[in-house]
Design a protein around this ligand. Structure first.
Ligand code: GDP
Ligand code: GDP
Length: 455
């Protein structure tokens, strides 16, 4: 490394930064209008991202990456949600429950100007039950005169209320320091490392694609393991199912089975539920309805799973309903609409007839294998060396940037750091990714490539 112009500390630092495992998840919960979205915007440092001017606008995006004091984590924002037919208490409780389930720690936001309401008390009960670390945010304390309002919130019994003005930034730093103190370094659900623990599958897809039918099919035909397995905790919302001779944990199935009919905010619930399931899973089985056009909503779900860095299987359901013509157009659509996951294994199934159910497990195993692949540094560099001499980067401004060496910093999903002598263009990065996939497989997994340029 030294002779290539990088000092060893740079190299080690870059590898460590790129190789981070799954990030811990922080949920921000509270009643509507207490300032959750404003606070999340502060955390992610981008103003445009979250707050919507129009009330009732549903957003698909619910998780964001944030960084404070050099630590990275994910934030789940529940601010896009609207009161619905369930009534305010039940709705707040339901959304908080989803978010808390997926989180490693929680920021509970209360409007200090209003004080604690009955709904706030209901959320407190949920928080107690969940037993996750909580930081109490007394928001809308825009100046010193509001501090007394914040002090009242000691009554909630959640410890110290942190007076904050999400709008102006007052107190947010101190509050985030408190968050980092309670936030674990890695998600509690460590990725498949529990010896003998079942692999975790999120079965996701937009409403009516057949998730609950598929789950019933696989759970119904195979023996459902009811008793406690050694070394596993069985969340009531998870379903432990034996399939293809192995035991699997379908996470967060409560939202699939229990059909809560919501009007306003239903899409938002669905997104939150999907994000929560994806966070907890190692592999996402994304179900699509093959009889219908691939929609923007399907693509958003795909993006969510890709961005979360999960292994991915695409399952096209309702295959029993397809005629020749639809099959033809579906293939074209998959090419144009699902190009971002062209590497994902695909199965064409019917939850109704049971068609190709036996292909699901091999596809899942392929995706998990790709997700866990580690390329030894020697092999990687032999490959890079050949690649770079056969297909050098285009010359720019009289110079030719070169990939000097690389290493795989992590797995689940595979993360690479490449060290280069100059700026590497996006097109060339994509070329490298394509060739890496051709050479080493990585079927069913996103891969991350970061490039460090010698100063
Ligand atoms: P959410 O529904 O909990 O996500 O709440 P929002 O973030 O959308 O905020 C609701 C309203 O409260 C908006 O008009 C914000 O500008 C306002 N707000 C949020 N934080 C503060 C704050 O710290 N001080 C004041 N005065 N207003 C705030
Ligand atoms: P979910 O909202 O994704 O859980 O979807 P459901 O499992 O509730 O299915 C939605 C509708 O599609 C129901 O009417 C199912 O009977 C139907 N359905 C599910 N799978 C299949 C399938 O493989 N073939 C056909 N023809 N219909 C299906």
């Amino acid at each position: 490394a030294a002779e290539e112009g990088f000092d060893i500390e740079d190299v080690e630092g870059a590898i460590e930064a790129a190789g981070h495992g799954p990030l811990p998840v922080l949920a921000v919960v509270g009643r509507p209008n207490v300032g959750k979205s404003t606070l999340v915007n502060r955390m992610i440092g981008r103003r445009e991202a979250v707050v919507e001017d129009r009330p009732g606008v549903t957003r698909d995006r619910v998780t964001y990456e944030a960084e404070w004091a050099g630590r990275r984590f994910k934030v789940v924002d529940t601010g896009g949600w609207e009161q619905d037919v369930l009534g305010i208490d039940a709705s707040v409780a339901a959304q908080a429950e989803y978010a808390i389930e997926a989180a490693d720690a929680v920021v509970f936001v209360v409007d200090a100007k209003v004080g604690a309401t009955d709904t706030d008390e209901a959320v407190v009960r949920l928080l107690r039950k969940a037993g996750k670390p909580v930081v109490l945010c007394a928001n809308k304390v825009d100046g010193p005169s509001g501090e007394a309002d914040a002090a009242y919130l000691w009554n909630l019994g959640l410890g110290e209320p942190h007076p904050v003005s999400a709008l102006h930034g007052r107190g947010t730093g101190d509050m985030l320091d408190a968050v980092l103190e309670v936030l674990p370094d890695a998600p509690e659900q460590s990725f498949g490392t529990a010896i003998g623990g079942p692999r975790r599958i999120a079965l996701i897809g937009r409403p009516n694609v057949g998730k609950s039918s598929l789950l019933n099919k696989v759970a119904g035909e195979e023996r459902v393991v009811v008793n406690e397995l050694a070394g596993t905790t069985r969340d009531p919302v998870d379903e432990i199912i034996e399939l293809g001779g192995k035991t699997w944990k379908f996470v967060d199935t409560a939202g699939i089975r229990k059909r809560v009919h919501l009007q306003q905010g239903a899409d938002y619930y669905a997104s939150l539920r999907t994000a929560a399931a994806v966070e907890k899973a190692e592999v996402a089985v994304i179900l699509l309805d093959a009889s219908e056009n691939i929609s923007v909503q399907d693509q958003r779900i795909v993006t969510m799973a890709v961005e979360a860095g999960r292994a991915i299987v695409l399952a096209f359901n309702k295959w029993d309903t397809l005629d020749e013509e639809r099959r033809y157009y579906l293939e074209r659509e998959i090419e144009t609409e699902l190009g971002q996951v062209a590497w994902a294994p695909r199965v064409n199934v019917s939850a109704r007839t049971g068609r190709h159910m036996e292909k699901l497990v091999p596809a899942i195993e392929t995706a998990l294998a790709g997700w866990e692949t580690r390329v030894p540094t020697g092999r990687l560099n032999a490959f890079l060396g050949e690649l770079v001499s056969a297909h050098p980067h285009p010359i720019r401004g009289g110079k030719q940037p070169r990939i000097l060496f690389g290493t795989q910093a992590g797995t689940k999903p595979p993360r690479f750091v490449l060290f280069a002598s100059g700026f590497i263009e996006a097109g060339y990065r994509r070329f490298i990714e394509r060739r890496l996939r051709e050479e080493f497989g990585f079927e069913g997994t996103p891969i991350h490539i970061s490039v460090r340029v010698r100063e």
